[in-house]
Design a protein around this ligand. Structure first.
Ligand code: NAP
Ligand code: ZN
Ligand code: ZN
Length: 353
C-alpha cells in the first residue's frame, strides 16, 4: 500500500503532552476521497483517549473526530463527491457493511466493530487509525458527510460528534412537542443537546454545576435552568421529566437525576466517565424507569442531523484555537472552562515547522 507523510498532533503515551509528529496516510484507493482538514473540534473523548482513561488506547494516538475539510483528490470510482466539495467526517471511517447493524444504518454498533476515526485498527495500514488533529485524512466516500451550505464551517465541526451524539438519542426516545427533557452537563455535548431538543419542539430544562452557565443556558434555548448542586432547586423537578440526556464527563450522582423522571421515564447516558456510576435499585423500581445509554449515530442519521441543523440554522458555540494550544485546552476542558467547544484552526498545523 502506498502512503504519504502527513503532519499531525498526537501523543506517544498517556502521561505525555500532545506534540507534532509525522503519520502515514494511505494514498486514495478507488472509493476514497482525500480531505484537506480545515477545522477539527475538540471532544472530551479525545482527552479520555489521549490519557488512556478508558484503558484501550494504542499509541501513538492522534485524536480528533469532528472534522470539516475540503476534498482535494477522489478515487476513480467515487460517485458521491468531487474535488472542491466541503465535507465532514465524524467518529466512524469504516465498518464491516454486512452485519445486521450495518445493514440497518447502525454502523456505530457494527458487530465485528466499526473502524473509528482514531484509535481503531486501520484496515489498510499496520497502525491505529489517526484522527483529525492532522493536515489531511483519506476516507471511503461512504463514511463522508455533506455539509449544509448555510452553516459556518468552523462552528459546524462539533456537529460531527457532539451534534449526532445528542441528536440520535433525542430522536430514538421520540422527543418533540409535549415532552419535558432534561439536559445534564452543559459542555460540548450538552449545549448541542439544548439547541437540538429545543428545535425538536421539547420543553428543555438544563442542569449545570456552573453558576456562570446559568444565564447562558437560556440563551442557548433552555426554557428553565437548574443549578444541580442546589438540593432545593433539584427537588422542584422530582417526577417531572419525560427524558433526561446525561452528558457529564466525570463521576456524579446518577440517582439524583433518576428521581426527576416521571413514571416510565428514561435517562440516557452519553457521558462516559472513567469510573462506574452506582445506581440504587429504588431509583428505577419506583416509577418503572429506564436507565440506558447511546453512542454517536450511524452515517445516514449523521447526515439527517446535519440537514436538520442546516434547516434550523444550528451550529456550536465555539472558541477557536491553534493546534499549539491543545494541551492548555485539555486542562481548561477538565475545569469545564470552555463555552462550549474548542475548534482547532488547522492552518496553525499546516504553517508550523
Ligand atoms: P465537556 O465539554 O467537557 O462537557 C462535560 C460537562 O460535564 C462539563 O461542561 C460540566 O458541565 C459537566 N461536568 C464536568 N465535570 C463534572 C463533575 N465532576 N460533576 C458534574 N458535572 C461535571 O465534554 P463533552 O465533549 O461534552 O463530552 C461529555 C462526555 O460525553 C465525555 O465523557 C465524552 O467522552 C462523552 N462522549 C460520549 C459520546 C457517545 O457516543 N456516547 C460521544 C462523545 C462524547 P456543567 O458545567 O454544566 O456542570
Ligand atoms: Zn466525540
Ligand atoms: Zn457491521
Amino acid at each position: 500500500m502506498r502512503t504519504t507523510s502527513v503532519k499531525a498532533y498526537g501523543t506517544p503515551a498517556a502521561e505525555a503532552p500532545l506534540n507534532m509528529l509525522d503519520i502515514r496516510r494511505r494514498t486514495t484507493t478507488p472509493h476514497d476521497v482525500e480531505i484537506d482538514i480545515l477545522y477539527c473540534g475538540v471532544c472530551h473523548s479525545d482527552l479520555h483517549t489521549a490519557r488512556n482513561e478508558w484503558h484501550f488506547t494504542v499509541y501513538p494516538c492522534v485524536p480528533g473526530h469532528e472534522i470539516v475539510g475540503r476534498i482535494v483528490r477522489v478515487g476513480d470510482h467515487v460517485t458521491k463527491f468531487k474535488v472542491g466539495d466541503v465535507v465532514g467526517v465524524g467518529c466512524l471511517v469504516d465498518s464491516c457493511r454486512e452485519c445486521q447493524y450495518c445493514r440497518e444504518g447502525l454502523e456505530q454498533f457494527c458487530e465485528p466493530g466499526p473502524t473509528q476515526t482514531y484509535n481503531s485498527p486501520d484496515k489498510y495500514l499496520d497502525t491505529p487509525t489517526f484522527g483529525g488533529y492532522s493536515e489531511s485524512v483519506v476516507v471511503d466516500e461512504n463514511y463522508v458527510l455533506r455539509i449544509p451550505e448555510n452553516l459556518d464551517l468552523a462552528a459546524t465541526a462539533p456537529l460531527l460528534c457532539a451534534g449526532i451524539t445528542t441528536y440520535s438519542p433525542l430522536r430514538h426516545w421520540n422527543i418533540g412537542p409535549g415532552k419535558k427533557v432534561g439536559i445534564v452537563g452543559i459542555g460540548g455535548l450538552g449545549h448541542m443537546g439544548i439547541k437540538i431538543a429545543k428545535a425538536m419542539g421539547a420543553h428543555v430544562v438544563a442542569f449545570t454545576t456552573s453558576a456562570s452557565k446559568f444565564a447562558e443556558a437560556q440563551r442557548l434555548g433552555a426554557d428553565e435552568v437548574v443549578l444541580s448542586k442546589d438540593e432545593e432547586q433539584m427537588a422542584a423537578y422530582r417526577g417531572k421529566l419525560h427524558f433526561i440526556l446525561d452528558a457529564v464527563s466525570a463521576e456524579h450522582d446518577i440517582n439524583a437525576y433518576l428521581n426527576l423522571l416521571r413514571v416510565d421515564g428514561s435517562l440516557a447516558l452519553v457521558g462516559a466517565p472513567e469510573h462506574p456510576l452506582p445506581v440504587a435499585a429504588f431509583s428505577v423500581i419506583m416509577g418503572r424507569k429506564s436507565f440506558s445509554g447511546s453512542m454517536i449515530g450511524g452515517i445516514a442519521e449523521t447526515q439527517e442531523m446535519l440537514d436538520f441543523c442546516g434547516a434550523h440554522n444550528i451550529t456550536a458555540d465555539i472558541e477557536m484555537i491553534n493546534i499549539q494550544q491543545i494541551n492548555e485546552a485539555y486542562e481548561r476542558l477538565l475545569k469545564g472552562d470552555v463555552k462550549y467547544r474548542f475548534v482547532i484552526d488547522m492552518n496553525s498545523l499546516k504553517n508550523a515547522s
